[in-house]
Design a protein around this ligand. Sequence first.
Ligand code: FAD
Length: 378
Amino acid sequence: MEVTIVGAGLVGCLLACFLARRNHHVTLYERRPDPRQEGADRGRSINLAISERGIDALRRLGLDGKVLDAAIPMPGRMMHAPDGALTFQPYSADRSHAINSIGRADLNRELLDAATALPGVEVRFGHRLTGLDERTGRLEFEHGKTETARVVIGADGAYSAVRARLQQLPGVSFRQDYLDYGYKELTIPARNGAFAMDPGALHIWPRGRSMMIALPNPDRSFTCTLFWPHETLAALDGPQRVRAYFAEHYPDAFELMPDLIPAYRDNPVGHLVTMHCSPWHVTTESTTGSTTVGLVGDAAHAIVPFYGQGANCGFEDCVELDRCLDQAGDDFPKALELFERRKADTDVIARLALDNFVEMRDKVGSRMFLAGKRVEHA
Ligand code: FAD
């Protein structure tokens, strides 16, 4: 079967691998240029916590070893109190149970390599989808190119163009919920060639209404992410205010951020959104056969990042869709119909992710202060 996937991000590439294993021919259309080419825009430096849910999907394709080799295990979280006191909270009694820090761009390149190494997978970069007719399967791309496909799967992220078309159809419900918070990335560089903090932890600075987190990178830096109310982000509108705020609320991190001022000024503010869409697929029958359009990954169910599960859930989508194809004998309309059963699970993780923001920014902190424990990292 010829399958078209829109979006060669994390989930689109992994799904291509699963489908190629089933002997389908997959064409991926990606709006960006090939990120593996020299000089390609590397985008934001987001790093992700990949956990067992995602590793399980990678393992089924033999991709777990290579991905985990490039990852840094984080067996617990390190809480940073305002006075600099550190408290390590293990995720499990067994320290081999860890979540893993990995750069999103590196993981994407790895999955692109895996997909394009398989027979029957082709990626067409520089193809931004701008229009879709779900009845005929006609896809329109920027610069006037068109294609047709019987099976179209939107893996084109939270602001999916495929979903934008489905949203216009009667019977398709859609809702987007924005938080009043934005996120901004900063960096703690390596110090004298070494990690400036313990790399074996996800670092959290819980500050009641807001927080900062930091995940380690293979180059011994940390990518920090502020999750702050929009008004706080906007209020720090000059170097003095930024310095004073960090010195007061994040004194230990402040000392480790030599580029804080330009990074705070130049790095964009990202939005935090939950997308709800139902159903995730539409099939149109005609005299010449059926055309099916479906959604996976963030295109189907983008969630806020506080449970570190967006990509993990997208990977699990691929496993579940593969299972549905088994059950449906590779009939895509039937498989995508079965795949709708997954919505109950993704609705739950969307709620848990929102709840965990309160847990991370507030509750873990109050517990830490009540316990009054101090742990120094090595
Ligand atoms: P995307 O990664 O968004 O990929 C979509 C692809 O489609 C992109 O390549 C894009 O260029 C392409 N595209 C978009 N529009 C078009 C178009 N019109 N035509 C053609 N191509 C198009 N998840 C975790 O599991 N763990 C974490 O720790 C974690 N932390 C996060 C931290 C932050 C700050 C954020 C914002 C997210 C985090 N996530 C995390 C979520 C994770 O990044 C997403 O869930 C994941 O990237 C979704 O993958 P995707 O392939 O569905 O979408």
